[in-house]
Design a protein around this ligand. Sequence first.
Ligand SMILES: [Zn+2]
Length: 312
Amino acid sequence: MNMTIEKELELINGYTRSTLSAEDVYIFSVTLCDNEVDRDFERFSTESLALLGELFKGKTGISDHSMRSADQRARIFRTYTEKQPGKKTSCGEDYTALKARAYMLRTDENASLIKEIEGGIKKEVSIGCAMKDCLCSVCGKDMKRHLCEHIKGKLYGDKLCHGILKNPTDAYEWSFVAVPAQRNAGVTKAFNKEEKREKMTIEKFKNLKEDTLITAEELESLKAHIGSLENLASEGRAYREHLISEIKRYALIIMPTVNLSAFIKGCDCMDIGEVKSLCKSLREQADSRIPAAPQLAPVKETHSSDNSYFKI
Ligand SMILES: [Zn+2]
């Protein structure tokens, strides 16, 4: 979207104390994000892009993994959405990108960064933002509050389940990153400030290729992240143990003479999905064996010679 330099300077000078002229500033464009499904199997709804753009106005950008506020050298002064004629997303919508125009002062300190931007070396940016809603693409229910049973990244019929992000509530800083290996690797979404800081910190360390310093705040974020992973892991272990004890119970009902410890040993090399589906199929078979079982589904007519009891 074109705009005259005079008009852009007017917008820039809305953010500065002294009036800047065209010679004082270096103006460039960046793509902040788009409406394509990303590596987290989430996408921004097309209308949320424009709303997010409003929130990014005036936000400063930092270069790479620099932590000093002195390195917050560029500021977004205008944003707009842009379609690409004929280009569709994987969901069949018009591909739309959220673009930003940013400026930085033409100072000696900024000279090398300006060169890198002009040379196309610095062109990918990562952003951090907070979104209020994440709706399931299959059923439309709120995935953030776990109101549906669909799993992001899985196919349901020919529909890929993903989260549709709506109603942005905040935009945080944006920063230049080394060209990400994955498509759309630069978007960090979070639902609150702590989560956002944690995600941004982890993203930073994932992208690192050299020695770095770590701030106390980042250290806290990493500790919090490790803590939440440990909680998840222990919950996962407890769930797995619960499933295994269920499997033992059902196995004894269906196959009273089975070598139980050998049978259970086989579960060790299964992932949690396989254990879950084994447990489910054993439960169904056990339920049909003992019609008095409490969580009884309608009993199907079965024949005692039906070998499917023994299929797992
Ligand atoms: Zn759903």
